[in-house]
Design a protein around this ligand. Structure first.
Ligand SMILES: NC(=O)c1ccc[n+]([C@@H]2O[C@H](COP(=O)([O-])OP(=O)(O)OC[C@H]3O[C@@H](n4cnc5c(N)ncnc54)[C@H](OP(=O)(O)O)[C@@H]3O)[C@@H](O)[C@H]2O)c1
Length: 260
């Protein structure tokens, strides 16, 4: 089995790649010089909100700034931010062999399509990282919330499943991943609110006014999804449509909905 390359190793890429590496997988990383130099000096220190800790010394980490490095990989996990997708796709198009599988582990919709357009003939799959990863120091990444990696189901993934399972990051495969992507997007509506609030996430969500903003945004999105015939998947014990209810705590939105 050919190795796994993390393309765009930042928070998510270093965390997922590091966990796979810690479990013995054949991993290479491609990223920026500033990340490379931190890892050369400090290695990777990974942690999990439930207490797991993984320490990888620099000598064990194959980190390159060369866009050609994924040439021999059998599976490429693209973990760049949205705005970098086109450039990453163009770089990958010149080096990936036809058999390479690509997973877009990026938030939002449309990234896999962008990669697919640039990589004709390759297997490009939608992936979802449901948990948050924060960088808390040089080479130090922390998984701050729960959730299992999700990916569009594909038989060619079979040889790689054991590596993810061994790392404690099993891949949940979905024949239809669109409802899962929308469900994740409903959560991510808070990103803009959090950015505008300019306070840490925990503090933002502890304030009722911000929770109301999120509830309103989610209610609007759910109404649009309903009209489009899209039913977001259930990512938590509560159905997607209940999330706004649990956030608002006041019945405020019920009144708003009734008036609309
Ligand atoms: N962080 C999270 O908690 C989280 C959770 C779920 C999903 N996600 C998703 O995961 C993706 C990555 O997020 P992130 O927080 O890990 O971002 P990040 O920390 O910015 O990591 C992406 C890294 O890729 C580098 N990069 C961009 N284009 C590249 C290229 N062509 N070649 C090599 N390296 C390149 C970036 O460098 P530059 O800064 O120079 O562009 C950056 O160092 C996003 O789509 C995000 O939506 C993130």
């Amino acid at each position: 089995m050919a190795g796994i390359c993390i393309y765009g190793a930042g928070s998510v890429g270093c965390y997922i790649g590091g966990r796979l590496l810690a479990a013995g997988a054949d991993i290479s990383f491609v990223g920026r010089e500033r990340v490379a130099s931190e890892i050369r000096r400090h290695g990777l220190a990974l942690s999990h909100y439930q207490g797991g800790r993984w320490q990888l010394p620099p000598s064990t980490i194959d980190f390159s700034t060369d866009a050609g490095a994924p040439k021999a990989a059998g599976l490429v996990l693209v973990t760049v931010k949205s705005a970098s997708t086109r450039a990453a796709a163009a770089e990958l198009a010149t080096i990936l062999c036809p058999k390479t599988i690509v997973i877009s582990f990026q938030n939002g919709l449309g990234h896999a399509d962008r990669l697919r357009n640039a990589l004709p003939g390759r297997t490009v799959l939608e992936g979802i990282v449901p948990f948050n990863v924060v960088m808390s120091g040089p080479g130090t990444f922390h998984q701050a919330s729960q959730g299992a990696l999700a990916v569009k189901a594909h038989a060619e993934l079979d040889p790689y499943l054991a590596a993810f399972t061994a790392a404690g990051l099993p891949l949940s495969q979905y024949p239809d991943i669109v409802p899962v992507q929308w469900a994740k997007l409903l959560f991510n509506l808070n990103n803009a609110i959090n950015a505008l609030a300019n306070v840490p996430l925990k503090e933002e969500l502890s304030r009722r006014a911000y929770r109301r903003c999120l509830a309103l945004a989610q209610a609007e999105a759910l109404a649009l999804l309903e009209r489009s015939g899209i039913r977001p998947a259930r990512l938590t014990p509560l159905p997607a449509g209940f999330r706004g209810c649990s956030m608002r705590l006041t019945g405020y939105l019920q009144g708003w909905r009734a008036r609309c």
